[in-house]
Design a binder for this molecule. Structure first.
Ligand code: NAD
Ligand code: DGY
Length: 386
C-alpha cells in the first residue's frame, strides 16, 4: 500500500478540489482559490522531488486541478489519472514546461498553464549577476578572503575581464534573453550579437536608439548584429548567455565542438535549462582552459553536477534560483493558481500572456480569465480581451 502523503487543507468544504504539489510563496494564491469555492490541498511532504507515484496518490479519485513543479514528470500516466479523477486543469509553477508532455495533456482534455511575464526581469538579473561574478571572479575572490589568504594588494590578484565595450552574445532572444541583453547593453555599454529563430525587432530598435543616445552624448555608440548562425555568436562574443527553451533543437546546443570555437577567455552563462549544455564536455573545457569561465544556474542532471564541476574554480554555480525574488515567486504562484481556477470556472484565456499585470495587483480582483494556457488552441479554448 502506498505511504500516506502529508497535506495541509484550506477551505475543507470547497466544491472544487485543487492540489498544489508544493507549498508556494505568499498566501494570495490560496485566497484567490478558496474565495472561488476551491478546497486547496498543499502537499507538505519533506522530500524535494515528488515521484509520479506520490502525485498519483495526491490526485486520488476526485481532483479538479493541480498546480505542479518543474521537477515533476507530467506525462500520460498523471494526465490520464487526473482525467479519471474529473480534472481538467494543470499548471506548472514555471514558464518553462519541458517537464510536461503537452500532447498527452491535450489528449486527456487537460489544459496546461505556465507563468510567463512575471519572471523575465528577475531571471535576467540573475544571468547578469552570473556574468559579472564569472567575469570578475567574485566567488573565487570571496573564498580566498574567507580562507585568510589575503595578505595585501597585488597587481595580478584576481584579474578578470572588463565588460565595457566588449560584445555580449545572446542565444535565444525571447523575453528573458532580450531583457538580459538590454541590461548588459545599457548597464555596461556592450555591443550585441544574438541568435534566435526569429528576429527580435524590439531589441534591435532598443540598441539602435541607445547607440544614438550615446553618440549624441559624445560616447562610443553600442551596436547590434543578428547572427546568421549560432556559431557566429560563439566565435565573436566575449560573454554569452543562453536563453532558449529546452527542446530537441536546443538539447546539447553547447558541446565540445562549439566550446572549441569560443574565445579562450569568454564567459558562458546558462539560466535556461541544464541539458542545453553538454556538461561533461563543459567540465573538460573548463579544465583545459582556466581563463574560460562559466556561471551556471541550471544543470544537466539536477540536482546533481557532473563529476569535476564542483572543483572547477572557473565555474560559478547556484541552485536554479534565477526566478527567486519574492515578488516573482509570489506572482508565479498567483498565475499558476489562476490558470487552474480559470479552466475549472470555464473562463476564457487571457489575450496576452506576456502582459499579466492585472492578475498581479494585490488590491484588485483579477480578471476572470486564465492568464496563460499553452495548449489553449489545441483544446479549442476561447481567448478574450476583458
Ligand atoms: N533558470 C531559471 O530559473 C529560469 C527561469 C525562467 C525561465 N527559464 C528558462 O528560460 C527559457 C526561456 O524563457 P523565456 O520566457 O525567455 O521564453 P521565450 O519563449 O520568450 O524565449 C525563448 C526563445 O528561444 C528561442 N529559440 C527556440 N529554439 C531555439 C533554437 N534552436 N535556437 C535559438 N533560439 C531558439 C525562441 O525563438 C524564443 O525567442 C524557459 O523556457 C525556461 O526553460 C529558466
Ligand atoms: O522555467 C522557469 O520558470 C524556471 O526554471 C523557474 O522559475
Amino acid at each position: 500500500m502506498a505511504k500516506p502523503i502529508s497535506i495541509e487543507v484550506w477551505n475543507p468544504s470547497g466544491r472544487y478540489r485543487v492540489i498544489s504539489t508544493k507549498p508556494m510563496p505568499g498566501t494570495r494564491w490560496i485566497k484567490l482559490l478558496t474565495d472561488q469555492d476551491c478546497r486547496v490541498e498543499i502537499c507538505t511532504e519533506k522530500k524535494t522531488i515528488l515521484s509520479v507515484e506520490d502525485i498519483l496518490a495526491l490526485i486520488g479519485t476526485k481532483c479538479d486541478g493541480v498546480i505542479g513543479q518543474l521537477t515533476e514528470d507530467w506525462g500520460d500516466v498523471l494526465f490520464s489519472a487526473l482525467k479519471r479523477a474529473g480534472g481538467t486543469a494543470f499548471s506548472n509553477m514555471a514558464v518553462g514546461y519541458n517537464n510536461v508532455d503537452v500532447d498527452a495533456a491535450t489528449k486527456n482534455g487537460i489544459a496546461v498553464g505556465n507563468t510567463p511575464g512575471v519572471l523575465t526581469e528577475t531571471t535576467a538579473e540573475l544571468a547578469a549577476s552570473l556574468s559579472l561574478a564569472a567575469a570578475r571572479r567574485i566567488v573565487e575572490a570571496d573564498q580566498f578572503m574567507r580562507a585568510g589568504l589575503y595578505d595585501g594588494w597585488l597587481p595580478h590578484l584576481f584579474v578578470g575581464n572588463l565588460l565595457k565595450g566588449q560584445t555580449v552574445g545572446v542565444i535565444g532572444a525571447g523575453r528573458i534573453g532580450s531583457a538580459y541583453a538590454r541590461m548588459m547593453i545599457e548597464g555596461f555599454k556592450m555591443n550585441l550579437i544574438y541568435y534566435d529563430l526569429y528576429q527580435s525587432t524590439r531589441l534591435e530598435k532598443f540598441v539602435t536608439a541607445y547607440g544614438q543616445f550615446l553618440k549624441a552624448n559624445g560616447e562610443q555608440p553600442v551596436t547590434w548584429k543578428r547572427a546568421a548562425t549560432m556559431e557566429d555568436v560563439l566565435r565573436e562574443a566575449d560573454v554569452i548567455s543562453l536563453h532558449p527553451i529546452l527542446d530537441k533543437t536546443t538539447y546539447h546546443l553547447i558541446n565540445k565542438e562549439r566550446l572549441a570555437i569560443m574565445k579562450k577567455e569568454a564567459v558562458l552563462v546558462n539560466c535556461s535549462r541544464g541539458p542545453v549544455v553538454h556538461e561533461v564536455d563543459l567540465v573538460e573545457h573548463l579544465r583545459a582552459n582556466p581563463m574560460f569561465r562559466v556561471g551556471l544556474d541550471v544543470f544537466e542532471d539536477e540536482p546533481y553536477m557532473k563529476p569535476g564541476l564542483a572543483e572547477m574554480k572557473n565555474a560559478v554555480v547556484v541552485p536554479h534560483i534565477a526566478s527567486a525574488s519574492k515578488w516573482t515567486r509570489e506572482g508565479m504562484a498567483t498565475l499558476a493558481a489562476l490558470n487552474v481556477l480559470g479552466k475549472i470556472k470555464g473562463y476564457p484565456i487571457w489575450h496576452n500572456p506576456n502582459q499579466v499585470e492585472p492578475f498581479l495587483d494585490e488590491n484588485s480582483v483579477p480578471p476572470p480569465a486564465a492568464p496563460s494556457i499553452v495548449n489553449a488552441k489545441q483544446l479549442g479554448l476561447p481567448t478574450a480581451k476583458l
